[in-house]
Design a protein around this ligand. Structure first.
Ligand code: GNR
Ligand code: NI
Length: 179
């Protein structure tokens, strides 16, 4: 088992459009397993392969309270979307930032499982929102793209500042470490 590094905005690799999965083999199962592990450890309610720099159409989700209802969607497509849902979204690739995004309230999705078997599933509430958020990742799209230019600029600056501060504390500041 292995935790994968989650890419952070504005990393250009997050803009990659993922390719369909064509091989339902052991390497795919390894990526899926690492994705679940990374999502649960984060912790997050979903993760798209794009976020770990794997540009294939793979999504893992678990919106359950008990963190024991894993959902895997490979090569997902939306069959229908209806209703309006608006809620605060967050993203492991945009850490610490939350804002309102408009989504469909219910979606029906068609996808393949780890063996390549097709299935369909009706999703609503948090699961529906998460499916739409993750499918956007596979297209290189982030929830901050729905916000104003000004908000996106502020988010970028805030994330940059946080990264600079963390680098200053660990990097050259090694001299300040108490050993
Ligand atoms: O953990 C996550 N929480 C979340 C909350 C509201 C709407 C979407 C999400 S998905 C996010 C994990 C993530 O970044 N998935 O791509
Ligand atoms: Ni996300």
């Amino acid at each position: 088992m292995a935790l994968r590094t989650v890419l952070e905005y504005p990393d250009p690799r997050l803009r990659t459009r993922a390719a369909p999965v064509t091989r339902f083999d052991a390497p795919l199962a390894d990526v899926v397993r690492d994705m679940f592990e990374t999502m649960y450890a984060a912790p997050g309610i979903g993760l798209a392969a794009t976020q770990i720099d794997v540009h294939q159409r793979i999504i893992v989700i678990d919106v359950s309270e008990g963190r024991n209802e894993p959902v895997l969607l490979i090569n997902p497509t939306l069959l229908s979307a209806e209703g309006d849902a608006s809620g605060e979204e967050g993203c492991l690739s945009v850490p610490g930032i939350y804002d309102e995004v408009k989504r469909a309230a219910r979606v029906r999705v068609r996808a393949q499982d780890v063996k390549g078997e097709w299935f369909e599933r009706d999703c609503e509430e948090t699961l529906a929102v998460c499916v739409q958020h993750e499918m956007d990742h596979l297209e290189g799209k982030l929830f901050v793209d729905y916000l104003s230019d000004l908000k996106r600029l502020r988010i970028r600056k805030k994330l940059d500042k946080g990264r600079r501060e963390r680098a200053a504390r660990s990097g050259a500041g090694g001299a300040r470490r108490a050993y």
